[in-house]
Design a protein around this ligand. Structure first.
Ligand SMILES: Cc1cc2nc3c(=O)[nH]c(=O)nc-3n(C[C@H](O)[C@H](O)[C@H](O)COP(=O)(O)OP(=O)(O)OC[C@H]3O[C@@H](n4cnc5c(N)ncnc54)[C@H](O)[C@@H]3O)c2cc1C
Length: 436
């Protein structure tokens, strides 16, 4: 039987999209200034990526759990309402969002005075032979699975790609009993050394990095090294990873490959709302306001700067949305921006990564499109229309950023709904029930 889901209306002075550190900080700050605040987040519980909540049985490894729990408690104590498990899919007009609630298929109509976008980032994947084999995971994705109870004890794992997340993931997997057999970072050693030197003025970050490295000190960390191929063994399962440093290639036997090439900001909702982008990121002023009056953006969509930057920017956005001064936070935000710029320089992708995929390597895994089918096209739109690349469930969130690196194509357009949504839910806007 088809039951048509009923839409619900929610109203708040300030609506925050995303309950990661930036969203939590923004919501708490705005609510403490007396504004009614609603946070919408698509995860089952607040925390976002770095503060992702795991199973209670895994809490002994949840190093950030205490900080997260305190931040969430403070947010709730400030009177913030949280709609977890809800994904913003659309912005039908300048004061309304629509969010799909997976639990019951309802569509929430959310009316806001001010809007804060704290939608975070996702991992960048690049195609190489074997990257779709069972046993190959996104680095942060595997970390999230493990927090949710996925077993890695005793497994031999290679961690490869680029970015500071690799070290955090390696340390985390080690804590859960995995045997991290190799870490391959594509950035050259000289860039990493220069970046570490700049960190001398940021001792807490330096200590954090050293702490992660200390936990996997027995594992070689190979700079200037990248994955060339994931090799299948018996039953089509991952058997080994082929690594290269440009001079030679070698194989490392493993059960799992955790692989990611830094992060891509989630800017789709900002783009849909007409916010100007600067390069890959949402352009904001000192108060985190975007080019659209009354719409603010904080955390990873404005620059990949990690936890401290997300917290500072979130608080600024929350205060600014409530009409309060933010001068006292500007120094912290500036430090975050500097750190983000350092990460971007250090972990810039080397040209060799553009040619890893073979002609028969799957490029778009949702629609099963091979690299060779894309080669003759001139733009993302043309490739999409001719091959269905990027038209599957992830809507190009994985292959789009990869196509930008490999072919230099920019994805210029964003359409609503920004996430796949059941047609029944999209048609459910004829009966609005007030509940706010
Ligand atoms: C997979 C992954 C793992 C990471 N692990 C670590 C780590 O271990 N250590 C570390 O230092 N850094 C880690 N990072 C980096 C991390 O993103 C930042 O340090 C920090 O979490 C940024 O906070 P944020 O609030 O900007 O974004 P996030 O923490 O990413 O929070 C954004 C939230 O918004 C939600 N969201 C996005 N779009 C919508 C929408 N349309 N509707 C509803 N909700 C939406 C997301 O699901 C998420 O819950 C990780 C990043 C990724 C992608």
């Amino acid at each position: 039987m088809f039951i048509k889901p009923q839409p619900l209306t929610q109203i708040a002075d300030v609506v925050v999209v995303g309950a990661g550190p930036a969203g939590i900080a923004a919501a708490t700050a705005a609510s403490r200034c007396g504004r009614s605040v609603l946070v919408i987040d698509d995860n089952p519980a607040p925390g976002g990526q770095i503060w992702r909540q795991g199973l209670p049985s895994q809490r002994k490894f949840d190093a950030d759990g205490v900080t997260r729990d305190r931040a969430v408690e403070q947010m709730l104590a400030a009177g913030v309402r949280v709609a977890s498990g809800c994904r913003v899919i659309d912005a039908p007009d300048r004061a309304t969002l629509r969010a799909y609630r997976e639990e019951d298929g309802a569509v929430l109509h959310v009316l806001y005075g001010k809007l804060i976008l704290a939608t975070g980032a996702r991992e960048r994947f690049l195609p190489f032979p074997g990257w779709t084999l069972p046993g190959v995971f996104g680095a942060g994705g595997l970390q999230a699975l493990v927090k949710g109870g996925y077993e890695v004890a005793g497994k031999r794992v290679v961690v490869a790609g680029t970015g500071p997340l690799l070290l955090a993931v390696a340390a985390h997997l080690h804590d859960y009993g995995a045997k991290v057999v190799a870490m391959a970072e594509q950035a050259p050693a000289w860039k990493l050394a220069a970046f570490s030197a700049t960190m001398l003025t940021n001792p807490s970050k330096l200590m954090q990095g050293a702490g992660y490295r200390g936990r996997v000190i027995g594992t070689p960390y190979q700079a200037g090294t990248w994955p060339m191929a994931a090799i299948a063994g018996e039953g089509g399962l991952l058997r080994a990873v082929k690594l290269s440093n440009g001079k030679k290639t070698w194989e490392v036997a493993c059960d799992m490959l955790a692989c990611g090439f830094h992060l891509v900001p989630n800017t789709e909702l900002a783009a849909l709302l007409g916010c100007e982008l600067r390069g890959d990121f949402v352009k904001v002023d000192a108060n985190q306001q975007t080019s659209q009056q009354g719409i603010y953006c904080a955390g990873e969509p404005t620059g990949i700067g990690g936890l401290d930057a997300a917290l500072a920017e979130g608080e600024i956005a929350g205060l600014a949305a409530a009409g309060q001064p933010t001068t006292h936070l500007q120094k912290r935000a500036e430090a975050g921006r500097k750190f983000a710029a350092g990460l971007e320089r250090t972990f810039a992708l080397r040209p060799e990564l553009r040619t890893l995929a073979a002609p028969d390597t799957v490029f778009c895994r949702c629609e099963d499109v091979q690299t060779a089918s894309l080669a003759g096209h001139h733009s993302w739109t043309e490739a999409k229309l001719q091959t269905r690349c990027g038209m599957g469930p992830c809507q190009g969130r994985i292959c789009g950023p990869a196509a930008e690196v490999v072919f230099g194509w920019k994805n210029a357009s964003v359409r609503q709904p920004i996430f796949p949504t059941p047609v029944g839910a999209l048609c459910s806007n004829d009966s609005i029930e007030e509940n706010a």
